[in-house]
Write a protein that binds this ligand. Structure first.
Ligand code: LFR
Length: 441
């Protein structure tokens, strides 16, 4: 009898419900529901409308059930770092989005208590102003932690809402590894960090691994997949399984470009800190990677400059342009600018370039700058891991951009394997199938 599983994969720009099943040894999938996601501006802050996300999750499950009434299990993955505070069973709203600037005061305060050199040596997590550690400290400074009895990362919260009878579970390892609060050596919350920041210790219990069952919703088992989308994405790429001696790299190319390697253990050296590489928790390995601004730039440029245009036409215009300017796509100034094209023009002017004139000029600059950064990151990876790499697997929306793939090949010198697959949903599904098989033994 065929068993059907449901992966719910929610990114910062869109969410999708994908049903998967095994057929003749292969994993087949069908997308049954898709919705738009994005931040909501409220009182000058960027927030997530968690009520709407929950309604979309439920509507998509109903759509899946209509077509596949006997669903075995489901699981949700989302972007990392963001969470919902709870007072008993009530969410503390608003739920802030990671691009909000509320951590501006918290970052220097945390660094005063715990110098970044020490924090990195303990956690191996890159500096990003939105890391959960700074967001939780911003909550502390704002008095938002008073009376709080728990907190759940976004996918944990959504799954808990589905099977509310279950007590809130512990935190799932892969997503917890984005918080900046896990110890790289133990893979558990680092209580020394938590004490030094004066965060309530009772909020940081044991972690749960992907595969852990949470409860049931409409007769479907709800369980933890690798709930950080990047963790699921890398599980979904048909790379070599072994991490020892592999010469393969991955690039998960969505709102963010996450470029890295699977490693057997974390690298927390000062060189790694200076290059701002992160050690994120994977399923039996470490994802050693860099966050690069990714399609966020192109998506914002399109919304500003050519909202109706489709991407193939945009890519053609970029290819035909001869604009020479480049920007640093890891610069914080591109995180949430008032205007992406304005910010790019300002950065280009600072490095002596004339402003781009056409849409094609802007996109050429964005794609070439991205590819250049991929090239630099590969060289950094080679020097930091002491390995040589040969192949780069690219998955996610960006994998469909042939022009960018060609530039990437030129800049990295690697063989690019661009796969037009929903790798995140595949990784989410693979974990559910594995959990089901293990429960049968
Ligand atoms: C990708 C991602 C990245 C994380 C960023 C913010 O969707 O999860 O891995 O750094 O979003 O959470």
């Amino acid at each position: 009898m065929t068993r059907y599983y449901l992966a719910i994969d929610i990114g910062a720009s869109s969410g999708r419900h994908i049903v998967g099943w095994q057929e003749e040894g292969a994993l087949r999938t069908e997308e049954v529901y898709r919705f738009k996601n994005g931040v909501t501006e409220a009182d000058g802050h960027l927030t997530w409308d968690v009520g709407r996300l929950e309604r979309e999750v439920r509507a998509g499950i109903d759509a899946a059930l209509e077509k596949y009434p006997g669903l075995e299990s489901l699981s949700i993955d989302t972007w990392g770092v963001d969470y919902v505070l709870l007072k008993e069973r009530e969410p503390v709203l608003p739920c802030y989005a990671y691009r909000d600037s509320r951590t501006e005061t918290a970052v220097p305060r945390v660094q005063g208590l715990l110098p970044f050199e020490e924090l990195y040596a303990r956690t191996g997590v890159q500096f990003q102003p939105f890391n959960t550690i700074y967001q939780l400290y911003a909550d502390k400074l704002a008095g938002r932690l008073e009376g709080v009895t728990g907190w759940l990362m976004m996918p944990e919260y959504l799954m808990w809402r589905l099977c509310e009878s279950a007590p809130p579970c512990g935190h799932e390892y892969t997503n917890a590894s984005t918080t900046g609060l896990l110890n790289a050596a133990t893979g558990e919350f680092d209580l020394e960090i938590i004490k030094r920041l004066g965060l309530p210790e009772s909020l940081f219990g044991e972690l749960c691994q992907p595969g852990t069952p949470l409860g049931e919703y409409k007769g479907i088992k709800v369980l933890l997949c690798p709930t950080h989308d990047t963790a699921s994405a890398v599980e979904g790429i048909p790379m070599e399984n072994g991490v020892e001696g592999t010469d393969q790299l991955f690039l998960s190319s969505g709102t963010w470009s996450l470029l890295g390697a699977k490693l057997p253990q974390a690298v927390t050296t000062p060189e790694s800190r200076r290059a701002n590489f992160s050690n994120e928790g994977g399923v039996g390995y470490i994802r050693y990677l860099k966050n690069i601004m990714g399609m966020w730039m192109a998506n914002n440029l399109r919304a500003e400059l050519c909202p109706g245009e489709d991407f193939p036409a945009i890519v053609r215009a970029a290819q035909e342009s001869a604009y020479p300017g480049l920007v640093d796509v890891t610069a914080q100034r591109f995180m949430a600018p008032g205007s992406m094209s304005g910010e790019m023009s300002a950065a280009l002017a600072e490095s002596g370039f004339d402003a781009p004139k056409t849409c094609g000029d802007y996109f050429r600059c964005a794609y070439r700058s991205l590819a250049k950064c991929y090239g630099e990151s590969v060289r950094e990876l080679e020097s930091l891991t002491g390995r040589k790499y040969a192949t780069l697997y690219i998955v996610g929306g960006g994998a469909k951009n042939d022009f960018l793939n060609r530039l990437t090949e030129e800049e990295t010198g690697l063989r690019v394997v661009a796969l037009p697959i929903e790798a995140t949903a595949l990784g989410n599904l693979k974990c559910q199938i594995r959990a089901e098989e293990e429960s049968q033994c």
